[in-house]
Design a binder for this molecule. Structure first.
Ligand SMILES: [Cu+2]
Length: 164
């Protein structure tokens, strides 16, 4: 499966704005469109994190949960809908406050309607989050995740996959 999912850059991208933001189209493919958006926002985020890093007390050990593995991976093309989404992180996760949303990207453009999917943190390792999506008909999907690591810090990101 295509790894390289959840690079730190993606993990830092803001989720804050409504899901409609994801639906803005300019005719390019969803993936290209998203990476353009990311490039733009990540500059701003870098500045913000740099400032935050300067202001933060050096005691904070900076163990933010970084996405290290996702299934389906970002950019994956699947011949059948996944029964489960799995996201594994570099840090132990809180068992609450995590969220995974999935939405079909309309082929003709427009807003992606994201639906929250119930999640479970794997009790054995504490770093993997699984989510069981509803049946997903063929199409391009956007997954938006947000997790809170045991140090209380939230990280978030997006990934895409396609069901053929
Ligand atoms: Cu942290």
């Amino acid at each position: 499966m295509g790894e390289e999912s959840g690079s730190e850059e993606r993990a830092l991208a803001p989720l804050a704005t409504g899901s409609s933001e994801q639906g803005r189209r300019t005719g390019s493919t969803p993936m290209i469109r998203c990476s353009r958006v990311f490039r733009r926002v990540s500059m701003a985020r870098l500045l913000v994190s740099a400032l935050a890093g300067i202001l933060a007390a050096p005691s904070a050990g900076s163990a933010h949960a970084r996405l290290v593995h996702a299934s389906p991976g970002d950019g994956a093309r699947l011949s059948r809908a996944p029964a489960e989404l799995s996201l594994c992180f570099s840090e132990l996760l809180e068992t609450q406050f995590n969220a995974v949303e999935v939405g079909l990207e309309p082929p003709a453009g427009g807003s992606v309607h994201l639906t929250e999917v119930p999640t479970t943190v794997n009790p054995r390792d504490g770093t993997c989050l699984t989510a069981a999506p509803p049946p997903l008909p063929p199409g391009a999907y956007l997954v938006r995740w947000r997790v809170v690591s045991r140090d209380g810090h939230a990280t978030r990101g997006l990934l895409h996959f396609r069901v053929d």
